[in-house]
Structures are given as C-alpha cells and as structure tokens.
Design a protein around this ligand. Structure first.
Ligand SMILES: [Zn+2]
Ligand SMILES: [Zn+2]
Length: 240
C-alpha cells in the first residue's frame, strides 16, 4: 500500500494539512477539510479558554507578586518568557484588522503578537464580507468565540483564505503552548491504521479525529470502530 495522496480530490488549502478534500466537502464548497474546520473550533472554544486562564494566572503572579495565600512572603522569580505572557494577552484595536496582501498580521513591537491581534483581522474580514456585527468586546476569548460560532466557521471554511486562517491559528496555538507549556495530551491507539496498517494512530485531547502519524490520515471514532470490526471479521474468515 502506498502512503502518498491518501484521498482523491484537490488538497485541503491549509499548508499545515496534507489531507485531500472529499466529495461531500467539495459539494459544500469547502476549501479546507472537515477535520481542519473541527480543529479550528476545538482550538478557539476548548483549548484557548484553558490557555488564557493559565496566561492570566501568570500575569497575575508577575504583576502583583502575590501568592495565593495572600501573603507576599517572597517574590517568586520571574518566569522565563513573562514578556511573552504580557504580549499574548495584549490588546488589539479594530483598526489592526486590515490584512496586508501577504495575509499576515503585523505588530510594531518585537516579540509575540497578542492573541487578539491575530484574531481581529479574521473577525474583521468576515464582518466586512458578510456585513455582520463584530463582537462587543475585542478581548481574545470574545473574538475566539465569535469566530467559532457555527455560521461564521461554516462561512470561513468555504472562503479561499480558509487555509491561511487554519495555518495562522496553528502557529498561534504553537506559540501559546510554548509559553504556557500546556500541551494537549496525545495517546497512542493500539489499533492498526485502516489505511496504511501502521501502529501509529494517535488520539489527541478534545479532538474528534485520530491521526495516523505514518500516512497522516485522520479517522473518526466511527471509522475506527468499523475498521476494527472488519479486521476481526477478516481474521475469523482467515482462521475458519
Ligand atoms: Zn485540512
Ligand atoms: Zn496510516
């Protein structure tokens, strides 16, 4: 079995994804695959809220030096990367939302872009294109919630820039995880990959899809259960 081009159809437009678009995804006019749409929702609505809590906690310690007991018996040593924490939680203005021709948001300061600064251009793009009202707050979580709203995500998944959105959010999550050192847990699934037979299936926290690290295919829980039943049936036939 080959490990190239796991699916027919044009590729998912995200550079960080190697999947081909399936028939039902092409029918709906998607430019990125459904696993990518799903992972964007997971990042924005499940993982980012937890990461922001950790970042807020670090900022609290940095700025007040207070311990949870209320006594400042000693000032804890600054965490490495505390500037990154402050940058990530930094504000963004609506006027930051104009994307340059290269599709990259820019910051004047060196270092990490604020989460809000990454999200505003995308929110603004959708608002401009659809004439939808922006979120009332430009805080990072309000922006993330707005983008993850099903009609918004559904619309975004059919735009030519959807792949850029997915790639930029992947980069943002990498940056945030590097600062908080909080990464979604991954665990191996003891079942051969239905596509390439390798024992390299890995499930990741919060995600519907299980990835094969060898052929980069993704499977739902249903697909894996079906594949497992077929394997068992084949073994029974083989030994009968
Ligand atoms: Zn994809
Ligand atoms: Zn595989």
């Amino acid at each position: 079995m080959t490990t190239t081009a796991p699916h027919h159809g044009p590729p998912c437009s995200a550079a960080t994804c190697h999947r081909g678009l399936r028939e039902h995804e092409l029918t709906t006019g998607q430019t990125i695959c459904s696993p990518c749409v799903h992972v964007i929702g997971v990042w924005l609505q499940v993982e980012l809220p937890r990461q922001i809590i950790v970042l807020e906690g670090s900022r609290q310690r940095e700025t007040t030096g207070a311990s949870s007991s209320g006594r400042t018996a000693y000032r804890t040593a600054p965490l490495p990367g505390r500037d990154d924490v402050l940058n990530l939680l930094g504000p963004a203005a609506w006027s930051d939302g104009i994307r340059d021709p290269y599709g990259q948001a820019h910051a004047d300061q060196h270092g990490t872009l604020p989460i809000a600064g990454i999200l505003v251009p995308w929110v603004r793009t959708v608002c401009d294109e659809r004439r939808w009202n922006p979120p009332a707050s430009l805080g990072p979580q309000a922006l993330a919630d707005w983008l993850a709203h099903p009609p918004v995500l559904d619309y975004a998944s059919r735009r030519p820039w959807a792949g850029d959105l997915r790639d930029e959010l992947a980069e943002l999550m990498r940056t945030v995880r590097a600062v908080t050192r909080l990464r979604p847990q991954r665990r191996p699934i003891p079942q051969p990959c239905p596509r390439c037979d390798s024992l390299t299936l890995v499930a990741t926290d919060h995600q519907l899809y299980t990835d094969c690290e060898t052929c980069e295919s993704r499977f739902t829980r249903d697909e894996l259960a079906l594949a497992a039943r077929i394997t068992v049936a084949t073994l029974k036939v083989g030994t009968a």
